[in-house]
Design a protein around this ligand. Structure first.
Ligand SMILES: [Zn+2]
Ligand SMILES: [Zn+2]
Length: 183
């Protein structure tokens, strides 16, 4: 998943297709960051216009998340679709935003030197695809703020409101990842 820039074909018509199947470790995920079940798979097409590389395609992954209301495990399949461009670092320094070549909404990455490693890009796109809140079901009742029991399973009879219980469940969640992004 690391390419010599000059090996990437010029023009979208000649772009080459790349399929991959990678473990979460090889993509740089660390324990506690995001719980990936099995391999991360993807089909990408790469081409370039001069030094600007375009990557287009789809990734698929199964992740194990936690319900933000009751903290139960939730399995989710994610299929982030990408279209993004990678610029040589030197070019970014010349402020492409001013020339109109890129707009702030564009998904922009940079590379340094003669190689482009797409693993950090795949990693970040997966992190971006994970919903900030996940639910075991849309009408999950969460945990009781008074006694902590799962209100989907028991009617404990404590006098707490449903919205309070959601709030408390969220407080127990730690942020699971940090995102750094260019552009
Ligand atoms: Zn739940
Ligand atoms: Zn209770």
């Amino acid at each position: 998943m690391r390419y010599l820039i000059s090996d990437i074909p010029q023009g979208s018509a000649k772009g080459f297709n790349q399929s991959f199947s990678e473990s979460s470790e090889s993509l740089g995920f660390t324990e506690g960051e995001i719980c990936i079940e099995g391999k991360v798979e993807g089909h990408l097409k790469l081409w370039r216009e001069r030094a600007i590389v375009t990557i287009q395609g789809e990734i698929s992954v199964n992740v194990s998340l936690q319900c933000c209301r009751c903290l139960a495990g939730v399995m989710m399949s994610l299929y982030p679709v990408l279209t993004l461009r990678c610029f040589p670092e030197a070019l970014i320094d010349n402020d492409l935003h001013e020339t109109g070549e890129v707009s702030p909404e564009d998904d922009i990455y940079t590379y340094a030197g003669m190689f482009l490693d797409i693993r950090p890009i795949v990693r970040e796109q997966l992190l971006l695809a994970v919903p900030p809140y996940s639910y075991c079901r849309s009408d999950c009742y969460g945990l009781c703020v008074v006694c902590g029991q799962d209100l989907n399973r028991v009617k404990c009879g404590c006098s707490a409101t449903r919205s309070d219980s959601r709030f408390v469940a969220r407080q127990h969640l730690k942020p699971t990842f940090r995102i750094t992004k260019h552009g």
